[in-house]
Design a protein. Structure first.
Lengths: 383, 355
């Protein structure tokens, strides 16, 4: 029988360009903060799990080999996860699994990306397409969502503004755009119709880390734990005839499995807030629907009503989200740890009052990899 | 809490031959293994509750190369799966822990790689040249040469010992239909060859290979139902050493010794050991670290010197031990996988037949 696990320490670098830092320095910054937050030292860590997107983004092959010294992993197990854009959340889930298995008491999970080292759009195109990039992949699917849902075009602009305003409260965020407005978003250059420049994520550098611990250890931690009450992953082919690229089966299955594990029957009411991987504005309503938080066709109405704002009924991306910081390999872990920040009450100026259950989410590849977890201030919340 | 809380066993294995160049994409090799496993177990794809694969983008030179590999797994309807950018042996490690959670019973584990599209001696320095320094081009062959020199200087081995490893391994490989290099050459004959990277000769290096391997892992009664001869994973552990070769004693492998102790390798007799000896001098280091006497059969398959499908090589070691236990020719064995230059990171898996 699986035992329980919890996040007991969180560390983050700033997500601006970090030209003065090596990869070692970047990951160590986040790792040391997380370990200190957990009231531990590196010596207390049993195993390290590293996640990042393709090695080609920085040009260092299997970088866990060279980062093991900076991460205090010499003499320990170090494990490396790579599941495309979902990797940050996948790595968090692997870390939780390692603890839940009974094998380890304290696992350090570290994810990073240093996009200033390379050309992400080239790499995201598999190094072949001449720069279609992620936006070029997703734009037609977004247009299909708009056609089906009859969402007005300002929904994307609203998300772009909302997440950047949230980011003003987050000192780690890459983008701080205090003067952003709907007009500025819609007047910014069109990159991939309907996505404007300001509806797209930045290219960021940064590392994020969490310490995941067993129940025994978590109960002795100096700060409140974020109990990991459920996690789920699903994958499907990125391309095949008849694939529904808007309402994606793997995303539906993943959410269903997650809610079932947690005992959640009405996610919109029972989950207090969510950090969802939204690299392009329209993915907020698309994932609200695609992960069964709202009925089909209703996600954009939540956004339009202001319900996903920080003070709204179902706050989404309180930290500013991927639209404000996208250190790709870290982004999924940032979603997961920001969900943990909310239920620990450590989210600072972007804290949702009384958050009890929060969702952390990431997706990757051709919207074909999904990884999600639910954290709570209670070890076994009932709904 | 006692660990492991569940007995987990290998119930079926599959591997492609080691090819100098596989004339097709990597997912095809994976698909052959997966289909083979389904046929051997009678399972359907939906019965494989968790899939985890190990591969490396850099071998094929494509970011996200692993995404294509799910074509070989079969990801429709959607599947619960994950991927490590490590040898498939580490995928096995994660699957073994995943099955301890108790909610699922059957996992598919895969390792695959195609080294043939690139030049490994130019690709692998990307592990050893962190980008902040001027590239030194420190490649694995040169590091293996330095390790060999350290062994000779320490009086722990001679060039004849290295040639003996090669002679024995490639002769044993003649009985392995999946081997790429299988040949009967005497030690004296091998020692007559010129140096390639002194003190290494060309035959002290592994071949460049493409290949895939996979296995089905199952827990408890499900394992007993799926196989009349399940091979139990009684222990597994992995450890890493510093990235800086100058900070290590290359004549020893403390990470292997520690992993072996944690995995319980010494808790019983070892009938067979399959070790990731990618360069012949590594066998000397690994035998000592694992405490294997000369009586223990090492690499009866020929080992990586007979076929080295990087990212599957370690998982193949597990499979070779498991196959011998399934066949009844061994009762208990040790498999070893390695990553990084000069045995930087090492995994030890202990397997046992019977109850």
């Amino acid at each position: 029988m699986a035992r329980r696990s919890a996040v007991i320490g969180i560390g983050q670098t700033d997500y601006r360009k970090q030209l003065e830092l090596t990869l070692d320095g970047l990951v160590r910054w986040a790792a040391l903060e997380a370990v200190a937050d957990a009231g531990l030292t590196m010596a207390d860590i049993d195993a390290v799990v590293v996640g990042k997107a393709p090695d080609a983004l920085e040009g260092v092959m299997m970088p866990e080999l060279s980062l093991c010294d900076a991460l205090g992993a010499v003499g320990k197990p170090i494990h490396r996860v790579h599941t495309a854009g979902s990797v940050g959340a996948s790595t968090a889930i692997t870390g939780a699994t390692l603890v839940e298995s009974g094998r380890y008491e304290r696992v350090l999970v570290v994810c990073y990306e240093k996009q200033s080292e390379g050309n992400a759009t080239w790499a995201l195109s598999g190094g072949r397409s001449g720069g279609q990039g992620a936006g070029g992949t997703f734009a037609p699917w977004i247009r299909e969502y708009i056609r089906r849902s009859k969402a007005p075009e300002h929904i994307g602009w609203m998300v772009a503004v909302k997440d950047r305003l949230n980011a003003l409260k987050n000192p780690h965020a890459h983008l701080h755009l205090p003067d952003i407005t709907i007009d500025k978003v819609k007047e910014s250059p069109m990159l991939w119709d309907p996505l404007h420049f300001l509806e797209s994520c930045p290219s960021s550098d940064g590392a994020a880390a969490v310490v995941i611990a067993s129940e025994d250890v978590a109960r002795r931690a100096p700060h409140p734990p974020a109990w990991i009450i459920a996690h789920a992953k699903r994958t499907e082919f990125g391309s095949f005839p008849g694939r529904d690229t808007v309402r994606i089966q793997a995303g539906l299955d993943c959410a269903e499995a997650l809610y079932k594990k947690a005992g959640i029957t009405n996610p919109l009411e029972q989950i207090d807030c969510a950090e969802i991987y939204v690299p392009f504005s329209w993915y907020e309503p698309m994932w609200l629907e695609g992960h069964l938080i709202t009925p089909e066709g209703e996600g954009w109405k939540l956004t339009e009503a202001g319900d996903t704002e920080l003070a709204g009924r179902f706050p989404v991306n309180m930290s500013g989200g991927v639209l404000s910081s996208n250190a790709i390999g870290a982004s999924g872990l940032i979603r997961c740890l920001e969900a943990a920040n909310q239920v620990r009450g450590t989210a600072g100026d972007y804290q949702v009052d009384g958050a009890r259950v929060a969702l952390g989410h990431a997706y990757g590849g051709a919207a074909q990899y999904f990884a999600m977890w639910l954290v709570s201030s209670e070890i076994a919340p009932t709904f | 809490m006692a660990f492991p809380s569940r007995d987990v066993a290998i119930v079926a294995t599959s591997q492609t031959p080691s090819y100098r160049h596989f004339d097709g994409p990597e997912p095809v090799m994976i698909m052959r293994c997966v289909n083979d496993l389904l046929s051997k177990t009678g399972l359907e794809r939906k019965d494989l509750e968790f899939t985890i694969a190990g591969s490396c983008d850099y071998l094929s030179g494509l970011p996200f190369a692993f995404v294509q590999n799910i074509d070989g797994v079969g990801a429709w309807p959607p599947v619960y799966e994950s991927h490590v950018e490590m040898d498939g042996a580490w995928a096995l490690f994660e699957a073994w822990l995943r099955l301890q959670l108790g909610d699922i019973d059957v996992a598919l584990v895969i390792g695959s790689g195609k080294s043939s599209p690139g030049r490994p001696r130019e690709v692998f320095p990307l592990q050893t040249d962190p980008y902040v320094m001027a590239p030194l081009g420190l490649d694995p062959v040169s590091l293996a040469g330095i390790q060999a020199r350290c062994l000779i200087d320490a009086g722990k081995a001679t060039e004849r010992d290295f040639a003996s490893v090669v002679s024995r391994s490639r002769r044993d490989a003649m009985g392995n239909p999946n081997a790429q290099v299988a040949v009967d050459r005497s030690v004296d004959d091998l020692l007559g060859e010129p140096y390639y990277c002194e003190p290494l000769r060309r035959h002290d290096l592994p071949p460049i290979s493409d290949g895939a391997a996979a296995l089905v892992l199952a827990a408890g009664d499900r394992a007993r139902a799926l196989s009349s001869r399940p091979v139990w994973v009684t222990g597994m552990d992995h450890r890493i050493e510093s990235h800086h070769p100058g900070l290590r004693d290359l004549t020893t492998s403390p990470s292997t010794a520690l992993a072996a102790a944690e995995a319980g390798a010494g808790d019983g007799p070892v009938d067979v050991a399959e070790l990731s000896v990618t360069y012949s001098p590594e066998e000397v280091v690994l035998r000592e670290a694992l405490g294997l006497s000369d009586a223990v059969t090492v690499n009866p398959s020929g080992g990586p010197l007979a076929g080295h499908p990087v990212m599957a090589t370690g998982l193949v070691r597990v499979i070779e031990v498991a196959n011998r236990i399934m066949a009844g020719s061994a009762r208990r064995g040790v498999a070893h996988a390695s990553s990084g230059p000069a045995l930087q990171q090492n995994l030890v898996c202990v397997l046992q037949g019977g109850e």
